[in-house]
Design a protein around this ligand. Structure first.
Ligand SMILES: [Mg+2]
Length: 231
């Protein structure tokens, strides 16, 4: 059994900046602030962490009411920006997901920093949502490692302990945070340099496998062989 946890942005899709545009636009509409916010990194981080940093940066009180305004405003704009921006499903992804989803020995989930509803909107827009049976999201945690632990809990609920003992868990992502959070739960990692990090930067974090892109699907699929027949 292989359990594959996919990151979204930079791994499955490139939204053409729709997510970031939605955040900036929402800040203007909801909180009447606009400024360059390059100092706040987004890649590999949770939406909860990004929101917390933005509130601090703009001195917006971090109250539950403001968090709700942030999230609702962002989600309302996201659908529109996804249509506006020229995004795409990254090379090879659709074929890999189609192949893996046909195997009973592979379980497909999400491990992402996105708000759950944001993740859903993005994947629905690119018609990838139906591949994933479960997911851990960035609504409540600033630390990506905590999201990985949520994913691990879900995996433990989904599968019997004896099955999990022989299972391998994989994280597939495009940032050092994906690699580190995989290690936090003892998972294998496939890193792919289709996001903002270069091959060299990812190599420094020592993933188990590293690809420039996933266009050639065979080398990826070969990592998830069916279990050996024990008869
Ligand atoms: Mg990513």
């Amino acid at each position: 059994m292989h359990i594959c946890l996919f990151d979204i942005d930079g791994t499955l899709i490139d939204t053409g900046g729709a997510g970031q545009r939605s955040i900036l636009h929402m800040l203007e509409e909801e909180f009447q602030v606009s400024a360059p916010v390059e100092g706040i990194p987004t890649a590999g981080r949770t939406d909860h962490a990004i929101m917390t940093d933005l509130f601090k940066y703009f001195e917006i009180p971090n109250t539950s009411e403001n968090r709700k305004r942030f999230e609702t405003g962002y989600l309302n704009l996201l659908a529109e920006k996804l249509k506006e921006k020229q995004g795409r499903v990254l090379p090879g992804i659709k074929s890999i997901l189609e192949a893996l989803s046909q195997h009973a020995h592979v379980d497909l989930g999400l491990l992402t920093g996105n708000f759950e509803h944001g993740a859903r909107q993005k994947l629905e827009h690119y018609d990838l949502d139906h591949f994933f049976e479960f997911g851990a999201y960035g609504d409540h945690h600033s630390d990506r490692n905590d999201v990985a632990h949520v994913a691990l809990n879900q995996i433990q609920e989904r599968h019997a302990p004896e099955l999990l003992e022989a299972a391998s868990i994989w994280v597939i992502g495009d940032t050092p945070s994906d690699i580190h959070c995989a290690r936090a739960i003892g998972a294998n990692v496939i890193a792919v340099a289709t996001g903002v990090y270069s091959l060299e930067e990812l190599r420094d974090c020592e993933p188990d496998y590293l690809f420039a892109h996933l266009e050639e699907i065979e080398p990826v699929l070969s990592l998830f062989p069916p279990p050996e027949n024990k008869n």
